[in-house]
Design a protein around this ligand. Structure first.
Ligand code: ATP
Length: 678
């Protein structure tokens, strides 16, 4: 609060009002943030910088925010840098005149490519002073790297990285101790870390969002007259507005210009859920027993739905004759017979080219009066002969991109369970009962093409048990149980909510759910498995510290064919040593034979959870009083690759800790579980 009330001084000598922000100014803030782990201090640094941006160069607010959250554009734009460690090392070497061998050696010793870049720049005599980098220039340069494709793309990407690195200062304030992580405000360091996909500042996107709201509120209050400072209520109100708008329209490209034009307090009226911009879906909490569901929803009405085992899909549509504008990049949307439509995955990737068959049939199930909508649903493989749902594995055999309708062998049916926007209006804050009514009124079910999720509103244990059995007979995974009435039953984008519970048939006596874990390392196979990896080291994700915490070794559940496929995928992302943001026991005997970039997420089942000094999951969640032991999985078993999840969407350390605590409270009297070493 004191920082927010203080007046902003000119932050950086070369940054004058109206001029592009020097990248060095942003890097100075990054280094201040990197030097602390206190959330409030981080937020204060971040919001102070954003206030300066608003005062001096508001045109650069968007690229500044994007560089802060390590993104180039909204997720749905599908813009990815597509470069691995080896390409970055090549660029560092070539731009500083050092051999790749030396760079690799440095990386082995230092373990942070950002600092390797700093060291390389420090040793390099500067012949001429390059033109200073600017925030907008860096964003554009990185965008150019991301959008380079086609023949020889890798080489051209290296050239573009070199161009940026050559203009980057090794270290803005002179001395740097590269053996220490906190090396100071170096442009090269943060550039390289951005390229690697992890700034490692401890600056979560949520913090940037809160800082942006604070900065905007302060800026607007200041603009009203000298000496004015915002009240605590105004700050809280601004924060709530921005959080809400961002959850419904997660696109800074849309929000920031609207906020600059209309002000933060008018944002809700000017920026709302819109077809074309996918939102992060609402998620459910796991449960282990129907009685747990009844306890949770005591005295409240709830509804049960089949939990279909397919792929989450969000269908966006605007008809030709609607007043509604299609908000996303319309060139990316597919023209259906009647308008524009797109299908997005649970992490906002565009799936339209994977499901052209769904889009082609859209007009058969959309009622003529339905002019625009955003639909939450599951695409499920469908057996045309037996007229029933097929297992998830069938869906997996479909091609992922550029599917031609005439080649489709695995037919899919859309099972719709929620509606978020209808005929020009966001309906997320309506109760589920009302949304369901709207949903049922807007579409016509067509066998094998489109259906509403089967539901049942009975509140008794017997009824739920019976419905669960029926869902299993219908090849579903179990049930989703959702709050039906009242404000709590509104749709909560991006939230894993207590108002949605899942009961999976396989987990009724286990820990309640499977886990989605990131593959960090592997062990060479033995015997029959010598040409492939035989076992793997997996981790969950700690969003608070932005680290991957190891949770188990796994060698079960893989067919020979799957192991070969995984080997082919993984051998390309081998790195020389663990990333500095991997948290694993340091014991020699516990190290895998190879380490990987954090890229793939696998779904894994486990018998139960136990504490082990070998792994680090949940170490910071207070599950072990000594703080030394992490949580680990006992008898983990591979289920499938989760293509629809990015590494930072893996099961979080907090979720693992929650599962462990629940299990412990149930099995208190059973004695300690034993550690599993294989
Ligand atoms: P899971 O492994 O269970 O799919 P998840 O992390 O992807 O985990 P959860 O929120 O845990 O997502 O489970 C809900 C998922 O179940 C949704 O993402 C959706 O894909 C699927 N699903 C199937 N049927 C329904 C339904 N009727 N309502 C909501 N989600 C459903």
């Amino acid at each position: 609060q004191t920082t927010l009330k203080s007046k902003v001084k000119d932050p950086y000598p070369d940054w004058k009002a109206g001029t592009p922000i020097p990248y060095a100014a942003l890097c100075t803030t990054f280094s201040l943030i990197e030097m602390t782990s206190k959330r409030l201090v981080i937020t204060a640094h971040c919001s102070l910088f954003l206030r300066q941006v608003l005062r001096l160069t508001p045109d650069d607010l968007l690229p500044t925010v994007l560089l802060m959250i390590n993104k180039l554009a909204a997720d749905y734009a599908g813009i990815e840098l597509g470069i691995g460690e080896s390409l970055i090392m090549k660029a560092i070497g070539e731009s500083t005149g050092r051999s790749l061998q030396v760079i690799k050696q440095d990386q082995k010793e230092i373990g942070d490519l950002g600092l390797v870049a700093v060291k390389s720049r420090a040793n390099q005599p500067t012949m001429f002073k390059p033109k200073p980098l600017t925030v907008r220039g860096v964003h554009k340069g990185l965008m150019d790297i991301a959008t380079t494709s086609g023949n020889g793309a890798q080489g051209r990407k290296v050239d573009l990285i070199k161009k940026l690195l050559s203009a980057a200062d090794g270290h803005a304030s002179g001395k740097v101790d590269i053996t220490k992580d906190k090396g100071g405000p170096s442009e090269a360091k943060y550039l390289v870390r951005f390229l690697e996909g992890k700034l490692r500042l401890g600056l979560a996107e949520k913090t940037v969002l809160v800082s942006l709201a604070q900065a905007m509120v302060c800026h607007e209050t200041e603009a009203k007259g000298s000496g004015k400072v915002p009240t605590t209520e105004q700050l809280a109100q601004g924060e709530a507005i921005l959080k809400l708008v961002h959850s419904q329209l997660p696109s800074y490209d849309v929000i920031i210009p609207a906020m600059l034009e209309h002000g933060i307090f008018n944002l809700k009226d000017n920026c709302n859920l819109q077809p074309g911009v996918p939102l992060k879906p609402m998620l459910a909490k796991p449960t282990k027993a129907i009685t747990e569901v009844l306890d949770r929803f005591e005295n409240q009405t709830f509804t049960c739905e089949y939990k279909y085992d397919g792929e989450r899909a969000q269908i966006h549509y605007v008809s030709k004759d609607s007043d509604q504008k299609y908000r996303g990049p319309s060139e990316a949307a597919t023209k259906t017979n009647n308008g524009l439509a797109a299908i997005f995955s649970r992490n906002s990737e565009d799936l339209s080219k994977k499901y052209p068959d769904i889009l082609a049939k859209l007009n058969t199930w959309v009622k003529p009066d339905t002019k625009s909508f955003v639909l939450d649903c599951e695409t499920v493989a469908w057996d045309l002969v037996e007229k029933k749902v097929l297992p998830f594995q069938q869906l997996m055999t479909r091609k992922k991109k550029d599917v031609k309708i005439e080649d489709v062998k695995v037919k899919v049916c859309v099972f719709a369970f929620d509606i978020l926007f209808l005929n020009g209006e966001a309906v997320v804050s309506k109760s589920l009962r009302e949304r369901r009514e709207l949903l049922h009124g807007a579409f016509t079910p067509i066998e094998g093409e489109f259906a509403f999720a089967t539901s049942m509103n009975g509140q008794e244990l017997d009824e739920i048990q019976h419905f669960l059995d029926e869902s299993v007979k219908a090849s579903c995974e179990g049930l989703m149980v959702k709050m039906l009435d009242g404000t709590e039953s509104g749709y909560e984008p991006s939230k894993r909510s207590r108002n949605w519970l899942k009961i999976k048939k396989d987990y009724l006596s286990g820990i309640g759910d499977s886990l989605d874990l990131v593959v960090l390392g592997a062990y060479y196979g033995r015997g029959k498995r010598t040409s492939v990896y035989g076992a793997f080291l997996l981790a969950c994700y700690n969003a608070g510290t932005d680290t991957y915490e190891t949770v188990c070794n796994i060698g079960t559940g893989f067919s020979e064919a799957v192991l070969e496929e995984l080997h082919t995928q993984l051998k390309d992302i081998v790195i020389d040593r663990p990333k500095p943001f991997y948290s694993h026991s340091s014991g020699n005997q516990h190290q895998p034979d190879v380490w990987f970039e954090p890229k793939y997420v696998w779904e894994v089942k486990t018998a139960d959870l136990t504490l082990s000094p070998r792994y680090k999951a949940g170490c910071k969640e207070g599950v072990d009083p000594s703080g030394e032991k992490g949580i680990s999985l006992r008898f983990p078993r591979f289920i499938k690759v989760r293509d629809d999840k990015k590494p930072d969407e893996a099961t979080s350390s907090r979720q693992v800790a929650e599962m462990y605590r629940k299990q412990e409270s149930v099995s208190k009297n059973k004695g300690p579980a034993v550690d599993d070493d294989f």
